[in-house]
Design a binder for this molecule. Structure first.
Ligand code: GUN
Length: 292
């Protein structure tokens, strides 16, 4: 069994990005700039956005955070999005999800300029991704592709089972793994909460990508010997032995599943770090696109 080490892959990529950012600055006087809108004070969202901002600074990019109260109206948030659309100093931005219940995420995502949508969530970017045209690819699936590529894992002709159909991870992941590309060329099964015989479907996976948010859901009896298992789960569970008071748990029962795997991504230390790195890759791309 080999670990898919997100820390290692992301450090390689962040090094490359740092070099490219230096070149952009020297050649074009351009410093890529990522902005984030954070609505409310959800603990996990605070952590993710903080990490995104910190890693931007690490590679020499600019970052700025727009904080808004959770009671803000949809119209006010749309205005904040429009302001960033118009801001020539911002190359790309994200609106951290989830949003408060009274705001439609779809309406907000639709309002982001596709050329600044570094999360790759806008319908234009999703459409381009499906058609294998240049676009921003959603950060978590993009990070998983980077991981598969850096470890040179074979994907062509393999059966890839994706568990979870969220617009952020499962759905785009299923499309990317089916594309005529590397990584890709898989036969893909997209499973979800209404899938019958989930256990049998998972057992037939050469590559199993799990993004459902249920700690330890995938057990050893669901995994084929020699499978590649990628765990996207990041659920906070109370843990009094930790300073923070919680531990981060994946969707895969690592202790019992890992001995069967060819490769497995740990939680923490796996996909989570890759998400941030991919967002920064997309921001660099947005900055380059803005130069032309
Ligand atoms: N919430 C969980 N993952 C993500 C992400 O990749 N982008 C945004 N904007 N919100 C998220």
């Amino acid at each position: 069994m080999k670990l898919l080490d997100g820390k290692w892959v992301s450090s390689l990529i962040l090094e490359e990005i740092t070099e490219e950012v230096t070149q952009l600055k020297n050649k074009f006087g351009k410093t890529p700039h990522l902005a984030a809108i954070l609505v409310g004070n959800d603990g996990a969202s605070e952590t993710y956005v903080g990490s995104k901002m910190r890693n931007c600074e690490k590679v020499g990019m600019r970052s700025s955070l727009v904080r808004l109260e959770s009671a803000i109206s949809e119209k006010e948030l749309l205005d904040a999005v429009e302001k960033l659309n118009q801001d020539e100093n911002v190359d790309g931005f994200i609106v951290q999800l989830p949003l408060p219940k009274h705001i439609s995420e779809a309406n907000i995502i639709k309002a982001i300029s596709p050329s600044k949508d570094v999360d790759g969530f806008h319908p234009d970017n999703i459409g381009k991704m499906v058609l294998n045209m240049p676009s921003f690819i959603p950060a978590t699936p993009f990070g998983i592709l980077q991981m598969i590529e850096k470890y040179r894992i074979e994907t062509a002709g393999k059966h890839c089972v994706v568990v979870g159909r969220s617009h952020i991870v499962g759905l785009p992941m299923s499309i990317l793994m089916a594309r005529n590309a590397y990584p890709g060329n898989c036969t893909v099964t997209l499973t979800h909460s209404r899938t019958a015989n989930l256990k049998e479907v998972c057992q037939s996976a050469d590559i199993l990508i799990v993004a459902m948010g249920k700690p330890d859901f995938i057990t050893a009896d669901m995994v084929k010997e020699g499978a590649v298992v990628i765990d996207v789960g990041t659920t906070r569970v109370p843990d009094s032995s930790k300073k923070s008071g919680y531990a981060i748990k994946g969707d895969v029962n690592f202790a019992e599943v890992s001995p069967k795997c060819a490769y497995i991504s740990p939680v923490p230390g796996g996909v989570g770090l890759m998400t941030v790195t991919s967002l920064i890759m997309n921001t660099l791309l947005a900055a380059k696109n803005s130069i032309g």
